[in-house]
Design a protein around this ligand. Structure first.
Ligand code: SAM
Ligand code: ZN
Length: 173
């Protein structure tokens, strides 16, 4: 990732085919500026490589920030059984990609590096998104505002949507 240093601050250089803008889903989002063909490798999810123990410590910090009324965004990406990437760094533009239950991208682990790939052709102006795939146990802590018809209202891996639906139905009886 190339960086521009300006007035002492580290800034991300935005690739020509992408645009950073406010999202209707949440905060900032990353958008296609140009047509992106299916299966393109769009951008790498980069950051600090941390152990699972360190990732847990940072999750506690995130919860503390959230409890204090601050930013509760999740930026830790699971790489494998030993390692995660904390993408909460200014040079990780991919951290701005929101979740969707009907995504146009997916995150692929290619030789230990995380790449955001186009699942289909993406038109100029479309917001990029992928399924964060959160586990059922944590889904209820992450309400989803993607607006897709298959959305169950929470960010959860697709095979577990039925369990969330069942739990919600039981609570509403
Ligand atoms: C990696 S950040 C995504 C970028 C974020 N919008 C920003 O401005 O930095 C992940 C966080 O964005 C929010 N988010 C992403 N997708 C969402 C969705 N579909 N519905 C609600 N919140 C979402 C959640 O707070 C999540 O923890
Ligand atoms: Zn959703």
């Amino acid at each position: 990732m190339s960086l521009t240093i300006k007035k002492g601050k580290v800034r991300q250089k935005i690739p020509a085919h992408l645009r950073l803008a406010r999202s209707g889903v949440h905060g900032y989002g990353l958008f296609a500026r140009d047509f992106i063909p299916q299966e393109s490798r769009i951008i790498e999810y980069v950051g600090e490589r941390v152990t699972k123990a360190e990732a847990l410590r940072r999750e506690d910090q995130r919860l503390a920030r959230l409890a204090a009324g601050g930013d509760g965004c999740v930026y830790v990406f699971i790489v494998n059984k030993r390692q995660d990437i904390d993408g909460r760094v200014p040079w990780n533009l991919a951290r701005r990609i929101n979740h969707s239950c009907a995504p146009n991208c997916e995150a692929q682990n290619i030789a230990g590096r995380i790449w955001i790939m186009a699942l289909r052709d993406i038109a100029p102006g479309e917001e990029l998104n992928y399924n964060y795939g959160f586990a059922y146990a944590e889904a209820r802590d992450h309400p989803c505002r993607c607006g897709a018809k298959q959305c169950v209202g929470y960010i959860v891996e697709a095979p577990q949507r039925w369990r969330v639906k069942r739990a919600l139905a039981a609570e509403n009886k």
